[in-house]
Design a protein around this ligand. Structure first.
Ligand code: IPE
Ligand code: IPE
Ligand code: MG
Length: 247
């Protein structure tokens, strides 16, 4: 089906507010071609840019979050980490500008402190420069983990309690949610994972309580605009009950 027709179909029905993507499969994509894993990451970053540009230009939905580096990814070889950091820095320093012109506002979710200082600086400057983008809030989860997210909220609640600003019975779900680093975004409606594994790998935990999941064997560098639209169509065919009696 041509992309335009798919777009029309998808636009005819309610779209999600927030789509989150676990971009997995870069290494396997490279391996299948006899290339080093780094080539998979390079191709994967091009895919991410293409998808973000598409979502922003088509104003498909207002929030897109991608999982780019997990709290467990530190256990990879140093050479791979260095390559990933260089790629991220290049994105922040040179590639973001074009996305900014498509109305993209960049946000970072995760603890940046352990990253090389020049990467931290580049990311902060990119976030600053893109503030106010009107078409899409694009969040990159970096050194993010669902458990870190919940633990951070718990620590914030304890600090408030110690300061006498929060009693245990005042800590409602709504207040706790507001203390989560990930709570600044609406809960994801749809979570896409490429690369064939059907697991969360410590991505959104609290926020994904009622998220719809879409798993695809497509490796992230091969992911296309068309497949994104197919995932949205699939999402639109589902009934979300949120624990109530179904329609
Ligand atoms: C996802 O691709 C990118 C990151 C986690 C940074 P992988 O590097 O995990 O690719 P596979 O899963 O080994 O193929
Ligand atoms: C999930 O992919 C994390 C990111 C895409 C950033 P992983 O490749 O790290 O997940 P596991 O280790 O296969 O569960
Ligand atoms: Mg992987």
């Amino acid at each position: 089906m041509p992309l335009r027709q798919l777009l029309e179909e998808v636009r005819a029905k309610p779209l999600p507010q927030h789509v989150a993507i676990i971009m997995d499969g870069n290494g396997r994509w490279a391996k299948a071609r006899g290339l080093p894993r780094s080539e998979g990451h390079r191709q994967g970053s091009a895919t991410a840019e293409r998808i973000v540009r598409f979502v922003a230009q088509e104003r498909l939905f207002p929030y897109l979050t991608v999982f780019a580096f997990s709290t467990e990814n530190w256990d990879r070889p140093k050479s791979e980490l260095d390559f990933l950091f260089a790629l991220l820095e290049e994105f922040a320093r040179t590639r973001l500008e074009e996305l900014r012109q498509s109305g993209v506002e960049l946000r970072i979710l995760g603890d940046l402190a352990p990253f090389p200082p020049s990467l931290q600086e580049a990311l902060r400057a990119a976030v600053e420069a893109s503030r106010g983008g009107r078409n899409l809030v694009f969040t990159v989860a970096l050194n993010f983990g669902g458990r870190w997210d919940v633990l951070t909220a718990a620590r914030r609640a304890m600090a408030l309690a110690q300061a006498g600003k929060l009693a245990p019975e005042e800590l409602t779900l709504e207040r706790f949610r507001a203390l989560l680093p990930g709570g600044a975004l609406p809960d994801p409606d749809l979570l896409i994972r490429t690369g064939g594994h059907q697991r969360l790998s410590n991505f959104f935990l609290f926020e994904a309580a009622y998220t719809e999941f879409y798993f695809t064997p497509t490796l992230w560098p091969d992911f296309t605009e068309e497949e994104l639209l197919l995932a949205l169509k699939d999402f639109q065919s589902r009934t979300r009950n949120f624990g109530k009696v179904g329609a």
